[in-house]
Design a binder for this molecule. Structure first.
Ligand SMILES: NC(=O)c1ccc[n+]([C@@H]2O[C@H](COP(=O)([O-])OP(=O)(O)OC[C@H]3O[C@@H](n4cnc5c(N)ncnc54)[C@H](O)[C@@H]3O)[C@@H](O)[C@H]2O)c1
Length: 252
């Protein structure tokens, strides 16, 4: 029960790492507000968290819309009484539309920024006052190894949004540390989730795994455990930091 009596909002909690974290957090005693744009996926996550013995509720909304995110935060407090953990997990990787700067349209650049970066702005904007009311809390932002290294097949808007989250984490860490509010970033490597599914054949997965020091792709639980540590009081002296969970990719 590493998150006993804590309340979390997790965005993008309908699938992938957000779903896995929702179930794990609920198992560890947290009450979880599952925020996602996809109603069916969000409801499945709530059912999985409850089946695991935890408490969860869904709010359907788009992280790029301020009113939706505020509704999610307000609902968490209305339903569960307070808020301790903000997990800005929602993100999109649209390799068909988000490419190198010389190939990307302004419209595609903006929508990727709106989901991947502005979503975290809205969650922290509306969530931090609630964490303050609770006497502190933990904010987890989700970056990517693509914010730490260049790739020949570029998704430049995605990469820039993820890079900006590192700066946001440091700024929030310094501003709100005195309020006992911590903010850290997790940088996942290649994780086998629905986000990657359109781009990965079984053959490709094997080829990528063979190049990694730990010789396998990540699974959602690898990231959920990192998030659990950052959400819990075990990491209470850690803020403004980056946690790379990538099977050793960045070490190469
Ligand atoms: N999978 C990877 O290899 C990988 C690597 C590095 C970073 N990441 C990042 O990790 C996070 C989670 O990725 P994942 O692989 O679990 O993704 P996923 O696509 O499997 O799940 C993402 C969830 O976010 C929801 N979502 C999408 N747009 C939304 C919006 N506008 N508003 C609300 N919800 C929205 C989706 O419905 C889905 O349930 C993302 O920020 C992603 O960029 C993923």
């Amino acid at each position: 029960m590493r998150l006993k009596d804590k309340v979390a909002v997790i965005t993008g909690a309908g699938m992938g790492m957000g779903r896995e974290a929702s179930v794990l957090f609920a198992q560890e005693g947290a009450k979880v507000l599952v925020f996602d744009i996809n109603r069916q996926a969000a409801e499945e996550t709530v059912a999985a968290a409850r089946a695991a013995g935890g408490e969860a509720a869904a709010v359907i909304g788009d992280v790029s819309k301020e009113a939706d995110v505020k509704r999610g935060v307000d609902e968490a407090v209305a339903r569960f009484g307070k808020l301790d953990i903000l997990y800005a997990n929602a993100g999109v990787l649209w390799k068909d539309r988000d490419k190198s700067v010389i190939e990307t349209t302004e419209e595609n650049w903006d929508i990727v920024q709106a989901i991947n970066l502005k979503g975290a702005f809205f969650l922290t904007k509306h969530g931090i006052p609630r964490l303050r009311e609770a006497g502190g809390g933990s904010i987890i932002l989700v970056g990517s190894i693509s914010a730490l290294a260049g790739f020949t097949l570029a998704q430049d808007s995605y990469t820039c949004a993820k890079g900006a989250l590192i700066s946001l984490a440091k700024s929030l860490a310094v501003q709100f540390g005195p309020d006992n509010i911590r903010c850290n970033v997790i940088h996942p490597g290649m994780i086998d989730t629905p986000l990657q599914a359109p781009y990965l054949t079984e053959e490709k997965k094997k080829a990528i795994a063979a190049e990694l020091p730990l010789r396998r792709l990540g699974v959602a639980r690898d990231i959920a455990y990192a998030a659990l540590f950052l959400a819990s009081d075990e990491s209470s002296w850690m803020t403004g930091a980056e946690m790379i969970v990538d099977g050793g990719f960045i070490a190469m």
